[in-house]
Design a binder for this molecule. Structure first.
Ligand code: GRF
Length: 198
């Protein structure tokens, strides 16, 4: 039997890209049947772009936007085109700090996932680990969910729990959440790759 072809993924990120690095490593080790065909960022200096370029993966810095939390529809349309041209089947938001709107959602129906650093639906939005710490909850975690037009509100695919320790700072808590993110995201991408071939 022929082995199934790798799921072609496009990754969007705004930051250091540790989730993408973990995903890339998992792909390299054969734990995820996927291939990253494009990495795009709204931050031209972002670590995620630098890392991707060092791995000889195609990168695309988005054109400058006048907004901070979303993209102009024209830029999103261009992004959707770039992803389609690269053959992307699944878009992975790995620390992409802008809300996705209709041009990209329409181009990739039920084919965009996001990793968020809380047990959604709790603590949507920015710095969710700080929100959890301030709320005094005994546990928080991370979530991978399908992306729709709500903020961090799409259907949940999988979650991991992280206990909040009495001596936690926002830095220590975020670091432990990220450890879980780095396992969860590759697992979910692999599951999606498998279900596509089922
Ligand atoms: C992660 O904590 C993720 O949950 C959030 O943004 C952060 C990205 O970190 N959406 P990195 O760039 O993958 O290191």
């Amino acid at each position: 039997m022929n082995s199934p072809s790798p799921l072609k993924i496009g990754v969007l990120g705004s930051g250091k890209g540790s989730n993408f690095m973990a995903l890339h490593q998992a792909i390299g080790e054969g734990r995820v049947n996927a291939e990253t065909v494009l990495v795009a960022s709204d931050q031209p200096e972002a670590g995620i772009l630098e890392f991707a370029a060092r791995q000889a993966i195609s990168t695309w810095p988005l054109p400058p936007s006048q907004f901070k939390t979303k993209l102009e529809p024209e830029i999103e349309t261009l992004l959707a085109q770039k992803l389609k041209e690269a053959g992307v089947e699944l878009v992975v938001l790995a620390g992409f700090m802008r809300v996705i709107k209709q041009p990209l959602l329409d181009a990739f129906p039920r084919a965009i996932i996001n990793i968020h650093p809380s047990l959604l639906p709790a603590f949507k939005g920015l710095e969710a680990w700080k929100q959890a710490l301030e709320a005094g909850v005994p546990e928080t975690g991370c979530t991978v969910h399908w992306v729709d037009d709500s903020l961090d509100g799409g259907e949940i695919i999988a979650q991991r729990t992280v206990p909040v320790r009495p001596d936690d700072t926002s830095t220590s808590l975020h670091a432990r959440i990220q450890e879980q993110e780095h396992q969860l995201l590759p697992e979910v991408v692999h599951q999606i790759a498998l279900s596509r071939n089922a």
